[in-house]
Design a binder for this molecule. Structure first.
Ligand SMILES: *Cc1c(COP(=O)(O)O)cnc(C)c1O
Length: 222
């Protein structure tokens, strides 16, 4: 597995898509060691994603590299304090309860925390994310906070054998994103697409993709 080669190939693929917005490639390093994180960054990765606060807290201090740090996994309110210290963009805000706790934690360290709202667009019961009918309430709440800045939306598509079946969902999300963006400032990121579906997500308008396996190989869970 040549991490540098994999990263550069996907970066080049994204760069070849002619569009007036840059597509951000988040290298998802969860369950991989700091060594591989460094390899990806040295190959040009500007953004890295972790899905657990505890794992990031162990790895980031040893990284000795600059990169934008994304939290892409579910965040529990009891982890908001380390989360606001560790992450530049928290992609998984999905409730007023969590937003309240994050705002307080960000205020306590004098930070304006960039966040995305995670949407459970396919209404999967096992997934986190706000349901579409509750999205406006959450957006309005985040707007009232003093220390959270809403930068866009995140979605994890259903893991279907044929990712092509998620195309309408990606398209629906881009439409929603554009509607919101037209009325807002600094609303820039639509994060959707992982190894098995990023090509389709990007074709339908994702401008942030979160890719792990295609860069680093299969994760081994022990
Ligand atoms: C693990 C993970 C990814 C990356 O998944 P791959 O299939 O390895 O590319 C993307 N997004 C989230 C939220 C994840 O937890």
């Amino acid at each position: 597995m040549d991490v540098a080669e994999n990263f550069r190939a996907i970066r080049a693929e994204l760069d070849s898509i002619a569009r007036d917005e840059k597509i951000l490639l988040v290298a998802v390093t969860k369950n991989h060691g700091v060594e591989l994180m460094r390899e990806a960054i040295d190959a040009g990765a500007t953004d890295i994603g972790e899905n657990r606060v505890q794992e990031a807290a162990e790895k980031f201090p040893a990284l000795e590299r600059n990169a934008t740090r994304h939290l892409i996994g579910h965040l529990q309110t009891n982890k908001v304090k380390p989360a606001v210290k560790l992450f530049d963009l928290i992609q998984s805000v999905d409730s007023v309860h969590l937003a309240t706790a994050l705002d307080k934690a960000a205020a306590a360290i004098g930070k304006v925390q960039d966040v995305l709202i995670q949407v459970n667009a396919a209404r999967e019961p096992q997934k986190s994310g706000v349901l579409l009918e509750d999205l406006n309430t959450l957006i309005n709440f985040v707007d009232t906070t003093g220390n959270l800045r809403l930068r866009g939306l995140m979605m994890i598509a259903p893991n279907l054998p044929d990712a092509e079946n998620c195309r309408p969902l990606f398209r629906q999300m881009r439409k929603l994103f554009d509607e919101l963006k037209s009325a807002r400032a600094a609303f820039d990121f639509l994060s959707m697409g992982m190894t098995h579906d990023y090509k389709i997500a990007v074709a339908e308008g994702a401008n942030v993709v979160r890719v792990g396996t295609a860069i680093f190989g299969e994760r081994v869970y022990t």
